[in-house]
Design a protein around this ligand. Sequence first.
Ligand code: AMP
Ligand code: MG
Ligand code: MG
Length: 310
Amino acid sequence: MSSTVPLIVRLLASSVSVANRAGKIVRDVMSKGELGIVEKGKDDYQTEADRSAQKCIIAALSAQFPKLSIIGEEDSPENDTEVPTDWLVVDADKEVLTLNCPTNLQGVKEEDIVVWVDPLDGTSEYTQGFLEHVTVLIGISVNEEPVAGVIHQPYYKSMIGGEKKMGRTIWGLKDAGVGGFTPAPPPDSLIITTTRSHSNPLVEKALQVMNASQILRVGGAGYKVLQLLEGKASVYVFASGGCKKWDTCAPEAILSASGGTLSDMLGNRYKYGASVGKPNKTGVLAAANPELYNYALSRIPQELKEALAK
Ligand code: AMP
Ligand code: MG
Ligand code: MG
């Protein structure tokens, strides 16, 4: 069966299963209570969960798809590739495997793909106990464009057949569809979602000009885009260069697949080829539909755009 399913669909289906396993690692590290926090820079932390989840994702995907370029957030020593055998996930999500692959992605080869991995998005929130904000992000780009992605929430609680279930995985493939959640239209009033742990005066200025009825300050790029997908916020505004390509690749792919847009604060789309600069220097602006996106873009003053582009 697998040989008849296009590579991009198999990779997305495997990414769903791998993200589930990485999410279990994130929960296990927290339950053990030894977070092993390392400060990478100002307001920028890494824990044992970030390190192990990334090792799991890269080892499992590269074992199955050896010619992929995979770029993960965390630096790890070249020879540090040994992982427990149960991290080498080989399952693939059955629903994703049945997707109708758009014609232009049917012939994509491993060599054409760059995968951006954020093993734990929202590390500040993870260390501070805002666990529902935490996500695992696997973004798949082809020709520099994010075309597929996975947002896994390790701490999402649900009841299935009378049993408690922990974790859920949201996925999207461009021109094919989204799944793992119930899409909802944007709220009736303008609700902006933004950072809760990386604000600065420019970030606040961009929020002021939106004229919003509410500002939802939550952690992680993945969780903020989920607020858009689930109709809890209208626009994601972040006038700072702090986000990186691994933060936005998967969320952008899923948002695009559901009819939304993610760009920088100037209205330009980011590119996701292997040699691009990692920081999203000119910020993040995203919305669930074109009307909200165009409204938000039109509110941003020229001097704010210039300050970010400097
Ligand atoms: P936030 O919206 O603050 O939760 O950030 C979304 C993503 O961008 C997270 O992965 C953050 O770690 C990262 N990020 C945003 N701003 C910064 C910053 N100033 N320094 C380091 N990482 C940042
Ligand atoms: Mg992140
Ligand atoms: Mg991270």
